[in-house]
Write a protein that binds this ligand. Sequence first.
Ligand code: PEP
Length: 256
Amino acid sequence: SKSRQPLLAGNWKMNLNHLEAIALVQKIAFALPEKYFDKVEVAVIPPFTDLRSVQTLIDGDKLLLRHGAQDVSQHDSGAYTGDVSAPMLAKLGCDYVVVGHSERREHHGETDELINRKVRAVLKHDMSPILCVGEGSDVREAGDHVSYCTSQLIEGLKGLKQDQVRRAVIAYEPVWAIGTGKVATAEDAQEVCGALRAALADKYGTEIAEEIRVLYGGSVKSSNISDLVGREDVDGALVGGASLNGDEFAKMSALA
Ligand code: PEP
């Protein structure tokens, strides 16, 4: 009954050099019949250093896979040594940019304000941000997960116009479920994804809220993806560890 096209996005994190990246994309492409792409959108999110190789392979072989980046600078250019800008990523054919992943929030001290600037940079250059939100175990134990994630969502999208917001993808990634093998129950995922959509409806109207894809992320694999994406407000998955295995990732695409 859902009209939204599910999205399966593989976040490779800091894994695979460009040669290994080519091998994995080839493996995924080989394992995935084209007909799957009518139903589900599939994207790989490799490290920056792999993007040119992945782009060349996807374009050259006219693969239906999409690709994106794991982070971006809030600035378009300038004296920001080591950073990579949204115009550079757009030029590499990126459709998506992950923004506000919990590992960036934790290890790089990214705040909601910085994340909001990055979201704007991505949208300015006609790509879609995958805005990540999610609570730690302390917040969940206190029962504050819904308000915590809703606040991250609203702050992350601050100041955007409606026609910008509709291009965003939201990923609910409870920190306690990332890379831990501890997957949220489908009920837990639905509770927060549903609340995020309700908050979007409140702020931007029902029509836009119904268009926006809300993903779940956190220890998703082929054995648990069906149950998660079967829920009303879960429109796909952001997958870390399991996306590094081509057969497993292709298998998930069939189930998403
Ligand atoms: C992630 O980092 O976005 C993620 C969901 O990781 P994993 O699937 O490994 O838990």
